[in-house]
Design a protein around this ligand. Structure first.
Ligand SMILES: Cc1cc2nc3c(=O)[nH]c(=O)nc-3n(C[C@H](O)[C@H](O)[C@H](O)COP(=O)(O)O)c2cc1C
Ligand code: SF4
Length: 362
């Protein structure tokens, strides 16, 4: 089979992706305890980037010491991380992929061992998946966190990333602020759609001022949270239009998260997340990345041809076999080591990091 749409390049501003395949952010927990990259971390991303993947997004980098999803999470909040990040992004670039990084604060659903003296959130209400009540952030504290996101994005650019993706999905802090279920504030950061979008809007505008017009800014969003009273596609579309005014260049569509329990992966496996991407893409004037349950290039080509997305991400499929795309293009599909969907790899927050049941080389 030919893959004409999949193999066509895409250019955003002055960054060209050689094809439409994305490796989405995954929290590997392969960095050093101080957040610097390591040989294992670099080798993992290099193995994917050199195998015909147009965009490689490094997973959930911490924006401060107490924002991290793992005790060995990669971070970019200070100069030592910039220095170590250069090696990581250069390895991805040399592999022929555009180097990118997702930046994140875990907020109320973090592993409490990693949260410092307190868990934080928009409101003092727990996630449906935990019974831990977070501290409701003050406006001064919100401003401090906005500054941390901005500095981390600037550091990512200094280290050689060509795209920064804000993590606004999967029930983490920025998702919590956008969510009508998690955010019950009565000040300028809560209530109306505009108020719940405000934190992300301020971050986008400030990052844009600091990184210039050419740098590519992305956002990952759980456009349906799959929880009672949570975000829906309709409200997410309104927010995304606001974010485009603030300088957003590309939107990465996901759904659900920690709050929704297994519904995110169930939706991924049924192909429902890709359908959500299609609903976001309709009349939206920036490129859309779709994700979820893709193990074959036919699925990518079909999603592109059906105008459900402009790029398609393959997560677990590439963890199981980083050569998935190369082997398919070269007519060696029968050699692909296929992901079984067992979820052994999922979100390790403590050492020894991500392991895969079918790929012992990571
Ligand atoms: C081990 C693991 C870690 C993940 N870490 C992140 C993360 O840091 N940030 C994020 O936005 N999504 C994360 N995800 C979700 C993936 O990016 C992706 O959306 C999900 O796996 C569905 O895509 P797939 O069916 O192609 O695997 C993670 C998924 C896995 C399996
Ligand atoms: S651990 Fe299981 S679900 Fe995760 S990539 Fe490997 S085979 Fe797939």
């Amino acid at each position: 089979m030919d893959y004409p749409r999949l193999s066509s390049p895409l250019t955003i501003k002055n960054t060209t992706f050689k094809n439409r395949i994305v490796f989405p952010p995954v929290q590997t927990n392969y960095a050093a305890p101080n957040g610097e990259t390591t040989e294992r971390h670099i080798n993992f991303y290099e193995g994917i980037a050199k195998n015909n993947v147009g965009l490689t997004i490094v997973g959930a980098a911490g924006i401060s010491p107490f924002s991290r999803l793992g005790d060995h999470a990669f971070c970019l909040y200070d100069d030592q991380h910039v220095q170590s990040g250069r090696e990581l992004f250069e390895a991805i670039r040399k592999g022929g992929s555009v180097p990118a990084v997702q930046i994140n604060h875990g907020g109320r659903v973090m592993n409490p061992k990693l949260a410092g003296d307190k868990l934080i959130g928009p409101s003092a209400i727990p996630s449906p998946s935990t019974d831990r009540i977070p501290h409701e952030l003050t406006v001064e504290e919100i401003e401090e966190i906005i500054g941390q996101f901005v500095l981390t994005a600037e550091n990512a650019k200094k280290a050689g990333a060509r795209l920064v993706e804000l993590h606004g999905a999967h029930s983490f802090l920025l998702n919590q602020f956008m969510s009508p279920a998690a955010n019950k504030r009565t000040d300028q950061y809560g209530g109306s759609t505009e108020n719940r979008a405000r934190m992300v809007r301020e971050i986008l505008k400030k990052i844009r001022q600091r990184v210039g017009e050419d740098f590519v800014l992305g956002l990952r969003m759980s456009v349906e949270e799959f929880v009672e009273g949570g975000l829906t596609v309709q409200e997410s579309r309104e927010m995304i239009k606001m974010f485009i005014e603030d300088g957003l260049d590309i939107i990465h569509v996901s759904g659900g998260g920690v709050d929704s329990g297994p519904k995110m992966i169930q939706a991924a496996e049924k192909g429902d997340l890709i359908k959500l991407a299609g609903r976001i893409k309709k009349d939206m004037n920036i490129p859309v990345i779709a994700v979820g349950g893709v193990l074959k290039l036919e699925q990518v080509e079909n999603a592109l041809q059906e105008e459900l997305a402009d790029m398609v991400a393959i997560g677990r499929g590439l963890i199981a076999d980083p050569e998935l795309v190369t082997k398919t293009i070269e007519g060696r599909s029968e050699e692909i080591v296929e992901c079984t969907g067992c979820m052994q790899c999922f979100m390790p927050s403590e050492d020894p990091g991500m392991a895969c049941a079918v790929n012992e080389n990571i």
